[in-house]
Design a binder for this molecule. Structure first.
Ligand SMILES: NC(=O)c1ccc[n+]([C@@H]2O[C@H](COP(=O)([O-])OP(=O)(O)OC[C@H]3O[C@@H](n4cnc5c(N)ncnc54)[C@H](OP(=O)(O)O)[C@@H]3O)[C@@H](O)[C@H]2O)c1
Length: 325
């Protein structure tokens, strides 16, 4: 099969389309013919080994010394089941499925085997493969942080970086949790964020939210351009900070958070069984809408990585896998 392979850390040109062995599903696995995947912020970071200063050695030990140990990136897939193992009972050949292997990667390929107990669900009716694939990375991350912070109905939530994959999901799911959401974004994305349900949108190129005197119960930061401690100026007493893009200095500074009257939630998002089914259900209900910036063909994988590296994408960048030649 064809797959986008990354042998060495570096720029987008490190990824190339090559022939690799097609996986054979085990007894508890299904084989999915992948129709669409995305290039997520995680794919871009791992490919470039873009990690906080001082963390490169630890990251190489964890991810691979000279290049990613998982040479085929891609955190999410939408496709069709083409074979099932002898013990599989939840899926049948022909099912349209949405999968989220997350940090196990492997979705930038024509086929991927997934255990049926993994994060794998039916694609909601009415969603295209591209739309389905655009959902999990942002929504699963958003769900983790909203749940960790116990966001409550009526709370005021500030979402900084509201137009990206995680931010656009946080705006929408923040509403599902009952929060009143203010989104911070650039001028070009104001309408997008308002359309996702934010009560208010703030253009960070024109307004410094830290100086406006407003207070929020929860702040979610997807950018990390300023240390999370700065947000104590806009948090209510005992407010919660969702430091989604936190880096090591932030994590070290977190010890001080109680003295600043804030609670901080950071670190890698985790999933619980049933989360992807919940995300699919929200999409089926129309309360979680796909946000797709651009679609690339598999042969354009280098250009797709380069675009994601800009850090300015709107929602998800989709890569179409089916029909690769
Ligand atoms: N902790 C975890 O488990 C976890 C999970 C997922 C993601 N992440 C991290 O979270 C970050 C965001 O991920 P993502 O997938 O949402 O990235 P993304 O899709 O690339 O979105 C980034 C967004 O940041 C916005 N932005 C850039 N500079 C800004 C600024 N100064 N103020 C406000 N917004 C700004 C951009 O919008 P404009 O074009 O409008 O500026 C863009 O939409 C990444 O660093 C990723 O690695 C962490």
């Amino acid at each position: 099969m064809k797959a986008c392979v990354c042998d060495r850390y570096g720029g987008p040109e490190r990824v190339s389309v090559r022939e690799v062995p097609t996986p054979v599903p085990g007894p508890n696995e299904v084989l999915v013919r992948i129709m669409a995947s995305t290039i997520s912020a995680a794919d871009s970071r791992v490919r470039a080994l873009r990690v906080p200063r001082g963390m490169a050695t630890a990251a190489r030990l964890a991810l691979g010394l000279r290049g990613p140990r998982k040479r085929v990136l891609g955190t999410e897939l939408a496709g069709v089941v083409v074979a099932i193992g002898a013990r599989v009972s939840r899926f049948a050949v022909g099912d349209r499925v949405l999968g989220f292997p997350g940090a196990d990667f492997g979705c930038h390929a024509e086929f991927r085997a997934m255990a049926e107990k993994d994060e794998l669900v039916a694609i909601p009716a009415g969603l295209s493969f591209e739309e389905a694939a655009s959902l999990p990375f942002g929504a699963m991350s958003a769900l983790h942080f909203l749940r960790a912070a116990h966001v409550q109905p009526g709370e005021r939530m500030l979402v900084v970086g509201a137009s990206g994959a995680v931010g656009s999901a946080l705006v929408q799911l923040g509403r599902v949790f009952g929060a009143e959401v203010t989104g911070v974004t650039s001028t070009a994305n104001l309408d997008l964020v308002a359309g996702l349900g934010a009560e208010r949108v703030v253009d960070y190129t024109a307004t410094d939210i830290l100086r406006g005197g407003e207070r929020f119960d929860v702040v979610a930061d997807m950018v990390g351009a300023i240390g999370f401690a700065q947000y104590r100026h806009v948090l209510r007493p005992r407010g919660r900070m969702l430091a989604v893009a936190a880096e090591v200095p932030d994590m070290l500074a977190m010890a001080w958070a109680p003295f600043w009257g804030m609670r901080v939630f950071a670190g890698p998002a985790t999933t619980k069984p049933g989360d992807l089914a919940q995300v699919a259900a929200w999409a089926a209900q129309g309360v979680l809408r796909p946000v797709i910036d651009r679609c690339y063909a598999m042969a354009e994988i280098v250009a797709a990585h380069a675009y994601v590296d800009s850090g300015r994408k709107r929602g998800s960048v989709v890569v179409r896998i089916a029909g690769a030649d």
